[in-house]
Design a protein. Sequence first.
Length: 366
Amino acid sequence: MSLTSDNQPLYLQIRDMLKEKIDLGVLKPGDQIPTESELVQQHGVSRITIKSALKMLVEDGLIYRIAGKGTFVSDPNSSEHLHIDTNAAFKKVGFLSPLANDEFSMKLLMGVQEACKDQNLILIVRSATTQLEEQEGIQFLRTAGVDGLLIFPVDGEAYSEAVLNLKTEGFPFVLIDRYLPGIKTNAVYSDNFLGGSMGTEFLIHKGHKQIGIISGTKSKTSSSEDRFSGYLDMATKAGLKIEPAHWLTRIDEITYLDTKMSREMIRKWLESQPEITAVFAFSNAFALYVADEAMKIGKKVPEELAILSFDAPPIRDFQGCLFSYIEQQEEKMGEEAIGLLLAAIEDPSLNRQIVIPVKLNEGRTT
């Protein structure tokens, strides 16, 4: 059986293909099935597609998973694979995050949760939106007995003392979606420099030479700064004139949690820089604000002002996503972070950074 181009979803085709091999005895009880990575390579589909297919086979009782060993074909005449060792010492993982209600945060948490399920890990989640809450959260999770920590760092002008103390003490942790420039720690994050460069190159190829940049708080962690560095590198290579007046940065430091003030700042900025023909927004919220305020001052999108967003604003219709955007792989980020944390628990001296690729999706705002 091979994958077809009919209307059946790919994850169902993968499930049916594996089920057929089990039914025909090609895969026998106790046999280990290929890993997710191997199945991705064999069939040329996404990891999420493979996960969905395997999840259905597990629910049907056709396969079962053993943490750290793999996935195996079930024996219908035995319930041995259903036995849970009550004396087993399950590892506990703490996840400290701002836990916003945006799509990025939800997908990131989903990736972490799925990886914890696959590895039979106990996950304890705690929110933190300030460095003080981050410090308290780290203390709480360590008191709760976690074996390691995933930390989505809070933005700040200085490095978090609590995070630096973890490194000093050798406690296993992984930074997620961020890293600390100049300080070697385990981290999993998107290639933000590539995203900034890729987005700028895309706008330049669309004929834009006057490109505005909008970003939030300046931070010692590294996402917006890397995006800006990517933009600046590509703009310089393309010979664009660098105009600091075209940059509206550190908005959050003035307008934190005040949407009305953010919008007013953006509108006044657009009015004061009428030569700008494209805006690269480093967050999807800013992209929405730009679109709204542009229309209020009579600018047509994309005819008079193109808008590119980092992450997709939550606006879609029957034609798909409205905005052009840089796409991150949030679920993969979460999965890779759990794998790296388990490795760090086994080897506390480990210092590794995993960079997750991004890609550009063209919508109707450019």
